[in-house]
Write a new protein. Structure first.
Lengths: 133, 129
C-alpha cells in the first residue's frame, strides 16, 4: 500500500508544505477529485489547528507529522496529522472559532481525534473514499 | 513507510498575489494563489491600506476567481471584511471562486452572509463608477 510521511517544525509555513505534499502524493497515486479538494482542506485545517494551539505554552514549536496511506483496493485514502504538543486541553484564550474539527468531521468519510503515541500530543485521523480506476 | 519528497518552500509573496485597482469610488482586489494562515495577512494589509472611509470608497470588490485554495482562516478574513464594511458603511462584494471555495462557503453557511457575484460586471452600479 503506497504511503509516505513528512515531519515539519510546527510553524505557520509548514501548513502549506504539508498540505501540498500530501495532496501531491495522493494525486500521484491516482486519488480522484473528489475527494482531493476536501482532503486538501482537511489537512490544512488539522495542521493549522496544531500550529495555532498545540504549542502555545512552549518557547519553540515541536513537531508536526503528516502521513498518508492510499488503499486503491479499498478505494480509500487515510491521512493522519500528529503533533507532540500539549494535547487536547480546553482553552478559554483560544484564537480560533472552533470550526476546524467540525468541518473535517463534515467532509471526511471517517474522522477521529485522540491523544498521540504514548499520550503525547494529538492525532487527527481522517479517511476519504474515492473511486479507484 | 517512506519519507515523502521534500518540496521547495515558497514564500508568502509567491503563494498569494493581491492586486488592487481603484476606479472612482470602487476598489477591485484580485487574489491569485493560496489563502491560508500565512498569506491571509496580505489581504488585510491591502484592504486596510485602501482606507475606504478616508478615500471615499463606497464599493470594495474582492475577486476570488484566481484563488487556487482557501481554508477557514481565509474564510474568517472574508467575514471580518464584511463586518468591517458594515461598520464603515461601504459595500463589500465577493466574486465567486472555484467549486471547492464555493463548497466551503456553503458548508459553513457563510454564503448567506456575503454578497456574492459571478463577475464584477454583475454589480450595480458597475465597477468603475
Amino acid at each position: 500500500m503506497p504511503s509516505a510521511s513528512w515531519t515539519h517544525r510546527a510553524e505557520p509555513d509548514c501548513v502549506a508544505s504539508l498540505r501540498n505534499q500530501i495532496v501531491g502524493f495522493a494525486s500521484e497515486h491516482r486519488v480522484t477529485d473528489p475527494p482531493l479538494g476536501d482532503l486538501k482542506l482537511a489537512v490544512s485545517e488539522a495542521a493549522t489547528n496544531a500550529v495555532l494551539h498545540a504549542f502555545v505554552d512552549d518557547a519553540t514549536p515541536g513537531a508536526l507529522t503528516g502521513t498518508i496511506h492510499v488503499d486503491a483496493g479499498a478505494g480509500c485514502v487515510t491521512v493522519r496529522v500528529c503533533d507532540d504538543g500539549a494535547g487536547m486541553i480546553p482553552r478559554s484564550n483560544s484564537t480560533g472559532l472552533g470550526l476546524g474539527l467540525p468541518l473535517i468531521a463534515q467532509i471526511a468519510d471517517e474522522f477521529s481525534i485522540r491523544a498521540g503515541a504514548e499520550g503525547v500530543g494529538t492525532e487527527v485521523c481522517m479517511t476519504f473514499a474515492y473511486s479507484a480506476a | 513507510m517512506k519519507e515523502g519528497p521534500v518540496a521547495a518552500q515558497e514564500t508568502p509573496d509567491e503563494r498569494l498575489a493581491v492586486e488592487a485597482q481603484t476606479q472612482g469610488c470602487t476598489a477591485l482586489i484580485a487574489l491569485r494563489g493560496e489563502l491560508d494562515l500565512v498569506t491571509v495577512s496580505k489581504v488585510a494589509e491591502v484592504i486596510d491600506s485602501l482606507d475606504p472611509q478616508s478615500n471615499g470608497l463606497r464599493h470594495v470588490v474582492l475577486d476570488l476567481r484566481g484563488l487556487e485554495f482557501m481554508d477557514l482562516v481565509g474564510l474568517r478574513e472574508l467575514v471580518r471584511q464584511q463586518e468591517f464594511a458594515r461598520s464603515n458603511t461601504h459595500n463589500l462584494a465577493v466574486v465567486r471562486g472555484t467549486p471547492d471555495i464555493e463548497r466551503l462557503l456553503k458548508l459553513t453557511g457563510v454564503q448567506d452572509r456575503l454578497v456574492l457575484v459571478d463577475d464584477p460586471e454583475d454589480l450595480a452600479p458597475p465597477v468603475g463608477t
